[in-house]
Design a binder for this molecule. Structure first.
Ligand code: 4AD
Ligand code: MG
Length: 467
């Protein structure tokens, strides 16, 4: 009979029939009379057996690892104990090589393994992607984005696509990628927030999934030069509403992933100990976080007046080590301290109420009590996850036009290019707020990856834009 053409993921209903499947040779095992192949087509893995005539015509030069092939045969159910992927195997009676893969054994098995140099793995990312772990992470990433979109739809937020080429900054001039745009200065976007704010009076609550770019010279486990930024903006809310909404979106999205058997299996493979976080998340003010760090003897490197780390020779090792000091109100909570804190608490934490000095120009200030001393705090929040630290940054926005104009002045920002952002306050302002979530950081938490570099298709970091 004429074979039915199928993707591997769709084979279950075709058991007992003659089928034709195309894919790549993922693994090969030779016995005397039989050749076993695991075929990969991107939708799944299929065990195939070549015996008798099919095995006789087997050609070791062409039917090799990573060759693209077309296999035709009868799909047979396999008893559970034999652990064939999908619970069936293809008994091949006819096969064809579509594209040979000379040298693949050497290129894949010998060069790409856990001991490989990270720079080789980065150069050969296009080949690494064919591996089971990398493709599982990317498959989970796709499911994650789709679940987020569904959660936003359930909460009545509309998706928009803001531009990447912009002429305004959001998170400070220091991390802007600048370029010449038809003779005018322009930047790659750091955040779509300002555009989302302008959408509120048009479309109501909105979100976007857009690339953001940061020219940060940070070689850390969680910094990329280009990352996928999930951002949302909501009108007529309070600061408390904002944090409750972030919690809800994250928990609903994780629930969707765990309810779906295919994505639940991916999470189980990548992160066997994953537990869905429970609501409400712990909320800790910036000021109490500083106290917590000092109680737990988590210090920060001392800096001189120019912001350079002060070092001292270590008696034992003879190396220059940073001088560590206690945290004080007004200090930035750096990545190392933040990570230690989340690892000890081992649950999601909303850190809120950062001093205005540490945060972006657009953030709403917290009302000051009579006679209150110390820094002005903002209605801002970072969500920290164990193993990663900050995955979300959000805030309420300055709603008053005069206050915003004063904020531009304080930051030394020329208000002219921001006229459209200012107009949002001029014509029918409202209390509003929003946040940005780093998709790669979220995925690093969900899939327990060591670095966000594993969570991006082709990650970019300082010095790396290839492949
Ligand atoms: O905290 P950030 O800088 O906040 C904003 O950009 C706001 N304008 C977002 C908003 O309110 N709409 O960035 C938000 C999140 C961070 O919490 C982090 O998860 C991620 O974006 N992020 C990065 N991820 C990877 N590499 C980088 N260099 C990142 N910088 C920020
Ligand atoms: Mg932030």
């Amino acid at each position: 009979p004429k074979p039915v053409k199928s993707k591997i993921v769709k084979l279950e209903s075709l058991r007992g029939q003659r089928v034709r499947v195309s894919g790549w040779v993922h693994r090969r095992r030779d016995q005397q009379e039989i050749t076993f192949i695991v075929l990969r087509d991107g939708t799944g893995y299929l065990q195939a057996v070549l015996t008798g005539d099919a095995n006789k015509t087997y050609d070791a030069v062409t039917l090799q690892l990573e060759a693209s092939v077309e296999l035709t045969g009868t799909l047979k159910a396999v008893p559970e104990g034999q652990r064939a992927p999908g619970g069936h195997e293809l008994v091949v009676d006819y096969w064809r090589v579509l594209g040979a893969a000379p040298g693949a054994e050497e290129a894949f098995t010998n060069r790409l393994n856990e001991q490989s140099d990270p720079s080789i793995l980065a150069d050969l990312r296009h080949l690494v992607l064919r591996g089971e772990t990398a493709s599982s992470v990317l498959r989970l990433r796709a499911a994650l984005l789709s679940a987020f979109r569904q959660s936003y739809a359930d909460n009545d937020l509309l998706e928009v696509t803001p531009p990447c080429l912009v002429q305004t900054q959001v998170e400070g001039g220091a991390t802007l990628f600048k370029f010449d745009y038809y003779g005018q200065p322009a930047f790659l976007t750091q955040s779509s927030q300002l555009y989302l704010e302008t959408c509120l009076p048009s479309l109501g609550d909105v979100f976007c999934v857009q690339e953001s770019f940061r020219a940060e010279n940070s070689h850390t486990r969680r910094h990329l030069s280009e990352y996928t930024h999930l951002e949302a903006e909501l009108a007529f809310i309070t600061f408390d509403d904002l944090m409750t909404h972030i919690e809800a979106i994250i928990c609903e999205t994780v629930d969707k992933l765990l309810v779906n058997p295919a994505t639940a299996a991916l999470i189980k493979t990548l992160n066997p100990h994953f537990k869905a976080p429970s609501r409400p998340f712990m909320r800790m003010s910036y000021a109490s976080a500083i106290a917590w760090l000092n109680e737990h003897k988590i210090q920060r490197p001392a800096e001189d007046a120019d912001g350079n780390v002060i070092t001292k020779k270590d008696e034992e090792t003879g190396k220059d080590e940073p001088v560590m000091v206690d945290h004080e109100i007004g200090d930035d909570i750096a990545e190392a301290a933040e990570r230690q804190m989340t690892d000890i608490i081992a649950a999601p934490i909303f850190l809120y109420g950062f001093p205005a000095e540490l945060k972006a120009f657009y953030m709403q200030k917290m009302p000051r009590q009579e006679g209150e001393q110390g820094p002005v705090y903002t209605e801002s929040c970072d969500l920290l996850m164990p193993g990663v630290g900050e995955i979300v940054g959000g805030s309420m926005r300055i709603a008053d036009m005069e206050e915003l104009l004063a904020a531009y002045r304080r930051e030394g920002i020329d208000p002219a290019p921001y006229y459209w952002f200012t107009d949002q306050r001029k014509y029918g302002t409202c209390q509003h707020g929003g946040y940005g979530l780093g998709v790669e950081r979220f995925l690093a938490w969900l899939a327990n990856r060591f670095t966000v570099r594993e969570c991006s298709l082709y990650p970019r970091w300082p010095g790396r834009a290839t492949p």
